[in-house]
Unconditional design. Structure first.
Length: 550
């Protein structure tokens, strides 16, 4: 592997949700050997790195984000030897590996929490978590009325009467990052994986580690009135969380090349550079496009703002259109909505799915056309690109999942009011037939729809106009064209058309509008490198992005 310390600045990173990528042992759950079997698919996509979502031992209360052991592999997914083999094979293919690290909370099955429960109130084992006496005369009420992210109380009572804090499900107790054991153990975990050849870490909910739970604890209403953008909120984005990440950075710098990290930090825009600074994690996710409408003005504002934020931190921006937590972007862009519907596309998609997935509520063809155009546009931007498995196939969100088949705790804890994230986590279709469309030899852990047959990797592999073919062409070109972080906006005659110029004369025109866009032939280089739709003369069709040669 090349030892360039800045490889991540312009990398294409492909997120693998391992339980839904490929199954080799016939249990309906994806595994590490499944990923190993599909490395050629990743190589042909010209990706620079794989981001592996949690593969650790886990009871799966939250899709693997409830970790029981941070230094092992879930036996259902493989062994440490399988992980070592995957690292070696990826490196042989010129692909690096980034793994998820989940530092805010453990599983309730983690050895520390089992000891905390067993040892009882006042024990040293409980100091690694946030335990409190209950409220009320008998202590039978939660210490506060806080609500967890997945719905329901944020506190759960133990058999001896104390309560513990969990920002997410009750099976995910929050760690106390003021405790030296917690800090030291995570440094050991990071070194464990870096020593095995892992190249970087995606840090889950990076803003939540530091907390101030000193008395008196605020009520939920008081919390909601507190500013979240000044570093002093009791529960999130506190200034002292950077003390943790500075120690992580010191560890990363011991390696050659230094290990990279990227923060999942849902914080105010002006706070993002703190996580992306060179003495902190070094890079932070830009999630703005996950919430944005398919709209030229929105895309331009987001690109401009996030390039400035990256420059302020000395990092590079990240571009993300889909991931394991969000309805897939072809579906978001295909939702029909009333003119006065002010919800974000993400929330509109959630509402559409809750309404029973009425086929009249979505234009699937338009959604895919717009998704292809948006994808090709962001591929041309400076910085790094994070792809989610299946987006190269143009997959829509899967809505054909019965309540009894769902797995996401947010669906159950909300009483079905939140449809959950299962629809973006359905196992991939590799072939057009078979019990699981080539995913494995058994029924998959989440049901696949019949329409997967038409969009499988095998079906698209022989179609020169497929979304898979588009991604392969564009990402191979991107690797040769990306040189630095410069971008210039070129004026167009329409508000719904964006035109950018990259170094070397590489130019990109994205027509977000419903009408074709005619340009003067003398204003753009003649050769078309790649386009999401065929041009007619000097006319870019609606919902189309084109790359012109420099």
């Amino acid at each position: 592997m090349h030892s360039d310390r800045d490889w991540w600045r312009r990398a294409v990173v492909y997120q693998v949700y391992p339980r839904s990528f490929a199954d080799t042992d016939g249990d309906g759950i994806g595994d590490l050997r499944g990923i190993l079997s599909r490395i050629d698919h990743l190589r042909r996509l010209s990706v620079d790195a794989v981001w592996l979502s949690p593969f650790y031992p886990s009871p799966l209360a939250d899709g693997g984000y409830d970790v029981a052991d941070y230094r092992d592999v879930d036996p259902r997914l493989g062994t440490l030897a399988d992980l070592d083999a995957l690292v070696a094979a990826l490196h042989d293919a010129g692909i690096r590996l980034i793994v998820d690290i989940v530092p805010n909370h453990t599983s309730e099955q983690h050895a520390w929490f089992r000891a905390a429960r067993a040892d009882g109130a006042g024990s040293p084992a409980r100091e690694r978590y946030h335990f409190r006496p209950g409220a009320g005369p008998d202590g039978d009420q939660p210490p506060t009325d806080w609500v967890s992210t997945f719905g329901g109380p944020a506190w759960t009572r133990t058999a001896d009467g104390e309560w513990y804090l969990h920002t997410f499900s009750r099976e995910q107790p929050d760690l106390n990052w003021d405790h030296p054991d917690v800090r030291d153990d995570f440094l050991a975990t990071l070194a464990f994986w870096a020593d095995r050849g892992v190249d970087g870490f995606r840090v889950d909910v990076a803003q939540l580690l530091a907390k101030d739970l000193s008395d008196p604890l605020p009520s939920r209403a008081e919390l909601e009135r507190m500013p979240r953008d000044d570093g002093r909120h009791p529960l999130e984005d506190r200034d002292e969380v950077q003390e943790v990440y500075r120690t992580w950075r010191a560890l990363f710098e011991r390696y050659d090349p230094p290990r990279m990290a990227v923060a999942e930090a849902w914080v105010a825009p002006h706070r993002v550079p703190r996580y992306a600074a060179p003495d902190s994690l070094g890079q932070a996710f830009n999630f703005d496009l996950l919430e944005a409408a398919y709209d030229a003005a929105a895309f331009r504002e987001i690109v401009t703002r996030n390039l400035a934020l990256a420059a302020a931190s000395g990092s590079s921006s990240t571009w993300v259109l889909s991931n394991h937590d969000i309805p897939r972007h072809p579906t978001r862009y295909g939702i029909r909505s009333a003119p006065d519907d002010e919800r974000s596309p993400r929330m509109r998609a959630q509402g559409w799915m809750l309404d029973g997935a009425d086929p009249a509520g979505i234009d699937r063809d338009a959604g895919l056309r717009r998704a292809r155009a948006a994808s090709l546009f962001v591929m041309a931007l400076p910085g790094s690109l994070y792809l989610y498995q299946g987006e190269e196939l143009g997959l829509h969100e899967v809505v054909e999942i019965a309540p009894e088949q769902r797995q996401d705790p947010s669906f159950f804890r909300s009483g079905g009011g939140d449809i959950g994230r299962d629809g973006s986590r359905v196992p991939l279709p590799w072939t057009s037939a078979g019990v699981s469309f080539g995913f494995g030899d058994a029924a998959p852990h989440l049901p696949q729809p019949a329409w997967f047959s038409d969009v499988s990797a095998a079906a698209q592999d022989v179609d020169a106009d497929s979304t898979l073919a588009l991604y392969r062409r564009a990402l191979a070109l991107r690797r040769t064209l990306q040189t630095n972080d410069e971008l210039a906006w070129v004026l167009t005659r329409r508000d719904d058309v964006l035109h950018i110029r990259r170094p070397g004369g590489w130019e990109v025109v994205a027509n977000f509008g419903a009408e074709p866009y005619a340009y003067e032939p003398t204003t753009l280089p003649a050769p078309v490198l790649v386009s999401t739709d065929a041009l007619t003369g000097n006319t870019v069709p609606a919902d189309t992005t084109v790359w012109f040669a420099g």
